[in-house]
Structures are given as C-alpha cells and as structure tokens.
Design a protein around this ligand. Sequence first.
Ligand code: HEM
Length: 171
Amino acid sequence: MLIGLLLAGQHTSSTTSAWMGFFLARDKTLQEKCSLEQKTLKDLNLLDCCIKDTLRLRPPIMTMMRMAKSPQTVAGYTIPPGHQVCVSPTVNQRLKDSWVECLDFNPDLCLCAIGAGRHHCIEENFAYVQIKTIWSTMLHLYEFDLIDGYFPTVNYVTMIHTPGNPVIHYK
Ligand code: HEM
C-alpha cells in the first residue's frame, strides 16, 4: 500500500510539474503573470488553472480500467460481467467536439479534475498544494525559457507519460 501511495503521488506530481514548466516557458506573458501572483497558496488562482490545463493536455495517467461485476448498460451498449472498460483522459480531454481549440494550452478553461467516481484521486488537494508550492517558489527565483523553441514530445513508452528529453533554460 505504501509503494502504491508513493508511486501514485510521486511520478504523477513530478510529471505534471515538469510539463507545466514547459507550458510556462513557452508563454512568457503567462509566466510573468504567474510569478506576480505571489500570495498565500490558496490564492494562487492562475497557477491553479495552469495545473488544471496541464492535467488536461498532459494527463500523467493515460487510461483507467474498470471491470464490470454485473451487467451494465451504457449508451445502448451492454457490458457483460467480467469484461473491462477503459477510459482515457488523454483522448477525452482533447476531443474536438468537447473543447474549443482543444490542443491549445488555455488556463482560462480551468476545468480538469483528477479521475472521477469512487476511485477519484484521494490526494488531489495535496497534489495541487505541493505543485503550487514548488512552482511559486521557482517562479519567484528564476525565469524559464525553451531552448531554441524545443517543446518536448510525449514519452508514451513509460507508464506515466513524461516529457521526452526534458531540457529547459533558466536564469
Ligand atoms: C498531479 C498529481 C496526481 C495525478 C495526476 C493523479 C492521478 C490519479 C488518477 C487519475 C487516479 C484515479 C485512478 C482510477 O480511477 O483508476 C488517482 C487515484 C489515486 N491517487 Fe492520485 N494523482 C496525483 C497525485 C496523488 C498523490 C500526491 C497521492 C498520494 C500522496 C495520490 C494517491 C492516489 C491514490 C491512493 C489513488 C487511488 C484511489 C482509489 O483507488 O480509491 N495521488 N490518482
């Protein structure tokens, strides 16, 4: 259980933080606005929305699986007992008919949640607090830039989808 907790909390939060760094480095105006938002943690609303849109476009966990224990009917389909269904935030959170400009990083949307239902992430609030603590400190100390415009591709090889070759410039 301890390993589960550590894995559930460590790679997910660090990957989200890393991706958010690239989104902020790519948009210097947004980065400046976030760095000026130096208040108490609960008032970091812009940074909060930046985390949400990072989680929308780069969810560290690509699929969530459930097994039907009894027959379930969803949207006209019947799922027999013992069959599995899979939901993918990576797909759902960039559907063209659900999101305007679905591939653009847009903190104004400020909508994404971590999982849903009974097994919704139990430490979502903690994740936000730690990512905001780290990034509000880093933005206070440094300025971040992409190196020659390099924005990482998604590394789909690992279970948690990290940025490929995550190099960034800071001063
Ligand atoms: C940005 C950071 C995080 C992300 C993206 C994330 C993502 C998720 C997702 C998608 C689920 C639902 C899985 C499912 O429905 O099958 C989940 C559940 C869970 N998360 Fe997180 N998580 C984060 C941070 C954390 C932290 C910091 C902890 C603990 C310190 C944690 C502990 C857990 C646990 C124990 C569950 C299982 C809940 C259950 O099955 O009832 N997570 N997380």
